[in-house]
Structure formats: structure tokens, C-alpha cells
Design a protein around this ligand. Sequence first.
Ligand code: HSE
Length: 314
Amino acid sequence: MDNKYVTAFAPASIGNLAVGFDMLGLAIEGAGDRVSVRKVSEKGVSIKEIYDLNGDPHPDLSKNSNENTASIAAQALWQSQNRQDGLEMLIYKGIPLQSGMGSSAASAVAGAVAANALLDIPLPIKELMPYALEGEKFASGGIHADNVAPSLVGGMVFCPPVYLPMITSIKVPKNISSVLVHPELIVNTAESRNGLAKNYSMSQWLEQQSYLAGFLLGLQNNDLGLIKSSMHDVIIEPQRASSVVCFNDIKSSAIEMGVLGCSLSGSGPSIFALCENNIASDVKTMMMEIFNSNNIDSQGWVSSLDAPGAYVES
Ligand code: HSE
């Protein structure tokens, strides 16, 4: 049996993008998870080791393959092919846990992409959605693809639950960057989702769908004014803002600097902004300085809106 490891990389991502709760996501450059797999004769998927950001065995993640998004995704793909052999897996976490950067989704995507590369005839990348979603479902307790989809195919993606596993890439302007800053805080996505109100008013619904449509049309027409008028979340952000120290200060400062919009990345604690390329680096510095002045360490990334999705490295 050919038992060479194959390694896949899957990027971090920004979920919701302010206006599209559970239906819009954006890949970023520079942060991501890696998963290596090799074929073994025993059926099933076993996790040999999970490494943290420093290359040490991960202190918080279980090696039980029924409890990890990467192994669940790989197992779902492997089973769909009626394989009689199995996989051994190594996971390299490059994305902090509970960061709002799509950490569980990136592991699921990297697990599916690495396992796919070992099939005799690998599936086209978009066809891996259902398997990666199986992994993400374990972590977040619901089916939402706004981290899995951009991590898989890159760029900005429209992926509402009603259309899954179908996803649609969105054409993005070249003169806009994303800024993502992750403070050393944690927010549990499943708990955050459980805490959201279940009923909303007609006026909230009308306002939010106007903003979603305006945002998508603004991107399509490269109309920065329309994008800026549209990047408002009147439904979810107000319920989550208080869970992230400094969010309100950072958002006000970002708006003063002229960003197109600023909100929580997924359920937070990471914060993102979309802005014209020429101010992106300054916006990142501002966000990190505000966290720093509150004694919170942070890391930041500036990316183009067409950041690549997952790929096989070796
Ligand atoms: N759409 C999800 C949420 C993303 O906001 O709960 C989680 O990263």
C-alpha cells in the first residue's frame, strides 16, 4: 500500500460579512490549518497527533476521530466511496480555537481536501462541500457554510443554508481589502448561536434584506458608496457586540477612518473591516492598538478579496 502522507492547507475565513448571517463568507490570506493523511489498512480514520501553533501537541483538542472536524469530514468522504482501507491523520492547527476565524471549518476543509487527494479519482473541489459540512456541523451544532465554503473555494462566497450544498462565488472589486484582527479572547460559536433571538420584526427583516441586496449589488457594480451604505447588521451584531471588549471603540474608529464597513467576524471575538486598499494597513494598526491599550494581545491580517481557497501542498 502507498503510505505517503498528503498534506492540504485550508485558509481562515470571515463569516457573515455583517449583512449575510450564515450566508456570506470570505477567505483570508496568511492564516490556515493543515491536515496530512495517509492510507492505512485498517478501516476508519485515526488521528495520530494534533499540533498547536507552536508545533506542540494540542492541549485542548481531542484525538478521538469522532470529535474532530477534520477526521469527521475525511471519514464522511471515505465512507461515501465505500473504501475498505482507512486513513491516518496529522492535524496542524494554524488558526486559534473559538476565534471567529473559521477554525473548525478550516480543519474540516483541509481534512476533506487531503483525503480527496488520496482517492483514485479525486472529486472536483466544490463536490467536497457536503463532507466538509459534516465536520463543521459537529463543531457549531448547526448547518452553516459561511466558513466552510470560502475556505474550500476561496474568495467571497454566497452560501445560504437553503441552497446547500450549492454555493456561488461572488465577483469582487480589486480595490477593496479585508482587514481581520484577532484578539486573545474566546467566543464559543455554538453558545453564541444559542443565545440569539428566534423572532424578529417585519421592519428588521425589511431593513436587513435591503442591506444584503445593496451589498451584493454594490460589489457587482463596483459601487463603493452602495457597499458603504449597506454594510450594516441590524439583527445579529447588536446581540453580540457586548461580548467583545473594545468592539464599539474599534468600529467607531474604523468608520472615522473611512472604511466601507466593520463588524464581528462570525460570532467574534475577531473583528473585520472592508476598506479601500490604501488604508487597510492603517486600519489593522488602529484595531491592534486599541486592543493593546486594553492589555489584549492581537494578530492581524490584510487580504485581497480573492484570497485562494484550500489546496494540496504535497
Ligand atoms: N454564521 C456563523 C455565526 C459563523 O455567526 O454564528 C460562525 O463563525
